[in-house]
Write a protein that binds this ligand. Structure first.
Ligand code: SAH
Ligand code: TMP
Ligand code: ZN
Length: 407
């Protein structure tokens, strides 16, 4: 029994994915001995509606000078963030005097470079120094620190308050949400706006995309849980926009309470969440059963292919794949290697199961019989790029929403 990270109510885990390593902790063979593991177990708080991890490794273990996730590796995400930036500029920053934009978790500058190009005052907060340095080399103002209440005060002192605070796939990474919300409230102008987007609980439950659950994602949000958590700190959820990114995300717009009217989208989405049963603990029991079925089916399929002597290669050494491989027990005996375009992942082993990660060229030069699509959230981009793999007789294996071979 632990206390909810938001409202302090007693909560219990509804399942465990077992011992898990750091999802982005790609390693060399001499590092295997000291590999760090923790128990990956989610819980749901029926008092405030927050889906959360019982245990999360220290932030410094996940975000540091060797962080392996570079946002700009996906060209689809580059376009997404260009559109995101335009949405903010047109919808919230027009007619403002010299507006100031702060982004938390700005990574390699994938979003902020659009603001820099358009001449906006901006500041990125990015604790992982290696990715922050990529942004800096492009002239994007970046502070390499963990955002918290204290840092918010310092930013206000140095730069003044922000017209807009932006975040993507980062608020759900930070365990002390109450302190972050306080910090954002004090960083924002009274007529400012907080906009963030994160993987959406409704999609995860609907698609059984349990691979969204890994160390970094200490929360999986819904409109209901976001609205409640931020209302405690004077911020009101005024609009929501579903996104296709990362397998189904939600963009949340929040402003200081009472400063803007609330869109009907908010109430409608909350009703939809009730209908889907996102507030009920039974929903998560069913989710657990679906995870177990998915694990069984994927493991059986891979065992079967192994016995038939078929070559299976993984596509995309995603952070999500760490949960899949460790939970299902998929190792080098099932998957020969995982192809990935990120240079710092290549030549390393995957966390926990130690499948080799190899450059993309090894996939194209010697195509396998089957490609296991770990980067299923980038399927559209990947299928468009890999027409020749399929034309040459290659088959895709996917596991979201169900384990399936795409002939
Ligand atoms: N926004 C980018 C990156 C998401 S990955 C995108 O959507 O592609 C999450 C990023 O948040 C990492 O680069 C990590 O270093 C950063 N991060 C983690 N904790 C943070 C904190 N407390 N404050 C600011 N950034 C943080
Ligand atoms: P993500 O799901 O967290 O965005 O990570 C995607 C990973 O997949 C990242 O390591 C890059 C890799 N990748 C490829 O190797 N080829 C591709 O075509 C795409 C889109 C991603
Ligand atoms: Zn709670």
């Amino acid at each position: 029994m632990i206390n909810c990270r938001i409202c302090n109510t007693n909560i219990e885990q509804f399942m465990s994915f077992g011992k898990m390593p750091i999802a982005n902790g790609f390693l060399t063979s001499d590092q295997i001995q000291n590999e760090y593991f923790f128990e990956l177990a989610p819980a749901f708080c029926s008092n405030c509606g927050m889906f959360q991890l019982i245990e999360q490794p220290d932030p410094q273990k996940m975000f540091h000078e060797n962080y392996a996730f570079f946002s700009s590796t996906s060209s689809y995400m580059q376009i997404h963030f260009k559109n995101f930036a335009e949405f903010v500029m047109k919808g919230f920053l027009e007619n403002r005097q010299d507006p100031f934009v702060v982004e938390l978790g700005s990574n390699d500058g994938i979003m902020l470079h659009n603001f820099k190009k358009a001449g906006f005052r901006h500041l990125g907060i990015e604790p992982s120094v290696n990715v922050a340095n990529v942004a800096r080399s492009e002239g994007i103002e970046t502070l390499s620190e963990f955002f918290n209440l204290e840092l918010a005060d310092q930013i206000v002192e140095r730069h003044g308050q922000a017209d807009s605070v932006l975040c993507a796939n980062v608020i759900c990474h930070i365990p002390d949400l109450n302190s972050i919300a306080k910090g954002i409230k004090c960083l924002l102008k009274t007529d400012g706006v907080l906009i963030f987007e994160e993987p959406y609980l409704g999609d995860m439950v609907m698609k059984t995309s349990y691979d969204q659950i890994y160390d970094e994602h200490v929360f999986i949000f819904s409109a209901t849980s976001v609205s409640r958590a931020f209302a405690n700190h004077g911020l009101e959820l005024i609009d929501v926009f579903p996104q296709k990114t990362h397998g189904g995300s939600m963009r949340y717009i929040l402003t200081p309470i009472g400063t803007r009217s609330v869109s009907h989208n908010v109430g409608e989405l909350m009703q939809k969440e009730q209908k889907q049963g996102l507030h009920k603990i039974e929903t998560y029991d069913q989710f657990r059963q679906k995870c177990e079925t998915s694990r069984k089916n994927l493991k059986e399929l891979l065992e079967n292919l192994k016995q038939k002597g078929q070559r299976v290669v993984g596509y995309g050494a995603t952070s999500k794949s760490t949960t899949v491989n460790n939970y299902c027990g998929i190792g080098p005996e099932h998957v020969e290697f995982i192809s990935d375009t990120t240079p710092v992942k290549q030549g390393k082993l995957t966390p926990g199961m130690h499948i080799p990660v190899k450059p993309y060229e090894l996939f194209t030069n010697n195509p396998p019989d089957y490609a296991l699509l770990f980067a299923w959230n980038h399927a559209t981009e990947i299928f468009a790029k890999e027409k020749s793999f399929k034309a040459g007789g290659g088959k895709w294996i996917t596991f979201v929403p169900q384990v399936k071979v795409i002939e």
